[in-house]
Design a protein around this ligand. Sequence first.
Ligand SMILES: Cc1cc2nc3c(=O)[nH]c(=O)nc-3n(C[C@H](O)[C@H](O)[C@H](O)COP(=O)(O)O)c2cc1C
Ligand code: SF4
Ligand code: SF4
Length: 249
Amino acid sequence: MAAETIAGKLEKARILPLVLLARGEKITLTDDIIVFVFPVYAAGIPAIVERSLANLKINGNPYIAVVATCDSSAGAALGIFDKCLHRFCGRSLDAGWVVYMPGNYTPLYGAESPEKTCRKLSVAESRINGLAAAVGCRQKHRIETIPAPFSWLPEISWRIFAVNVRRADNHFRASAACIGCGLCAKVCPVDNITLNSKNRPQWHHQCEQCMACLQFCPVEAIQCFWWTRGRRRYHHPQLTVDKLVAQKA
Ligand SMILES: Cc1cc2nc3c(=O)[nH]c(=O)nc-3n(C[C@H](O)[C@H](O)[C@H](O)COP(=O)(O)O)c2cc1C
Ligand code: SF4
Ligand code: SF4
């Protein structure tokens, strides 16, 4: 959603879902301004973001910024991204900002009350509007990250997360409450879910841990470890099933 707001404020902007790059499409960017927007995962970046960069070529001399969303701490995420950008595209960031959003990692916590969520979203929205203006005038800004040498610990723990992420769907189960609607398969950005002959979801070990299946299930049948049962679900209010499906097209 942050990406939509920023793109909406820039002239002639387009949004390129990273999921396309991660599928193996090679893309060359020739734009003057490039902004990467992604959530923080495990104090680092989603594994799919790293894989996407491997398929990206950047031509010319663009201004490059990052806006990373997180619920409490971005850890080493922006530093890790900057290193990946350098490794795969030979570029460095001109600016890197963090925006605090409501969290969606249900295995660790349930969503906050609707009132608190609303307040956090409105603070985030005004920050994103400010960042869109900064990006529009190519403002340079320090990269908001844990600096070296203190970043080694979050970098290692993130790498362990990234190496194991695809099989982390071993912890997902659909309870007897499942009505076989197939929404979980529909919203999965990497098509990691199919329905079996009994119309129950099956996960295929290509997971990115985005939690969309768990958050969008209309009857809260999906659990990730047993203790997510009864925890309040959350996804950004402007994120719809149609938008998630469109990203994959
Ligand atoms: C697998 C996973 C790991 C996460 N790790 C972190 C983290 O290390 N630090 C943090 O502050 N938030 C973490 N989060 C929370 C997300 O960063 C946060 O919910 C997201 O940025 C919200 O933005 P969105 O609604 O636009 O997706 C994590 C979420 C997931 C799904
Ligand atoms: S979204 Fe929920 S109810 Fe629908 S098929 Fe998936 S697990 Fe079952
Ligand atoms: S929707 Fe579910 S299965 Fe698909 S990547 Fe996200 S967490 Fe994994």
